[in-house]
Design a protein. Structure first.
Length: 262
């Protein structure tokens, strides 16, 4: 599925300088140290803006689809999160580019998918009324892009190790990053389709800038964030991406949460 940005602010202190990380020296000696730093970095998080590239490879047909657009994340003081994504360009398996628009907004447990061309939307409730859902949590939200997850919970749900440098062609240009390999534990509540997820974080901002998610069927999802702005504030256009209200005159398919739904 699934704008120039201001310069990213400095995050909480890292055990190793950003200079060392950019020169190829690992910023963290263990996966646990990285997880603890990621958790601390969430305390002052208010917003994230970035350009996003989402690539999906079908293991059976070997077809590849790539979508490009923008992403916005907003976090309230109580830790509640909202996000919005607009994909405005698509490259199909034949390499043809087209200006296809997909728009998503998440908040208060509801994910709304907007179809501007048909003037209709689908609103899906992803969690029971009153419960808190992290839209970027692996195996819980719709997009595999974990931001500042609690270290103990990550260790409870995954077998965690440090990741090697990214090998996916889309991510090879990443610099100053360090990553983790996450293998879901049985009975952990993680989406059973996931075989393995690798996430690389910018060691200055602690924002995930590269993700490779391998599914049990062989499909591979790759996400790249570029031009990341952390705590740079949200302008009018960015705030509009978080809007879930259905425009007047649109058709709406509203799907409340059901325990048995995927």
């Amino acid at each position: 599925m699934l704008a120039g940005c201001a310069a990213a602010q400095q995050p909480v202190a890292s055990p190793v300088s950003a200079t060392a990380a950019s020169e190829g020296t690992p910023a963290f000696a263990s996966a646990d140290a990285l997880l603890e730093a990621l958790e601390r970095s969430t305390d002052d998080l208010r917003d994230v803006r970035a350009d996003v590239v989402y690539d999906r490879l079908d293991a059976v047909t070997e077809d590849r689809e790539r979508r490009m657009g923008r992403l916005v994340l907003a976090q309230s003081p109580d830790g509640t999160r909202r996000f919005g994504i607009i994909f405005d360009r698509c490259i199909d398996s034949a390499g043809h580019a087209s200006p296809q628009v997909q728009r998503f907004a998440f908040g208060e447990g509801w994910l709304v998918e907007f179809d501007d061309a048909r003037k209709q939307c689908i609103a899906r409730q992803l969690a029971p009324e009153g419960s808190r859902l992290d839209p970027l949590k692996l195996g819980e939200g719709p997009l595999p892009l974990p931001v500042g997850q609690r270290a103990e919970e990550v260790r409870r749900r995954f077998t965690v190790s440090l990741a090697p440098a990214p090998e996916a062609p889309l991510l090879k240009s990443l610099a100053g990053v360090q990553g983790v390999v996450l293998v879901p534990k049985r009975g952990s509540g993680v989406d059973e389709d996931f075989e393995e997820v690798r996430v690389w974080y910018d060691t200055r901002t602690f924002v995930p800038v590269g993700v490779v998610a391998r599914l049990k069927g062989g499909d591979v999802k790759t996400v790249l964030l570029r031009n990341v702005a952390r705590n740079g504030g949200l302008d009018a256009a960015s705030s509009a991406m978080l809007e879930r209200r259905v425009p007047e005159g649109w058709q709406q398919d509203r799907r409340p949460w059901r325990k048995a739904q995927p």
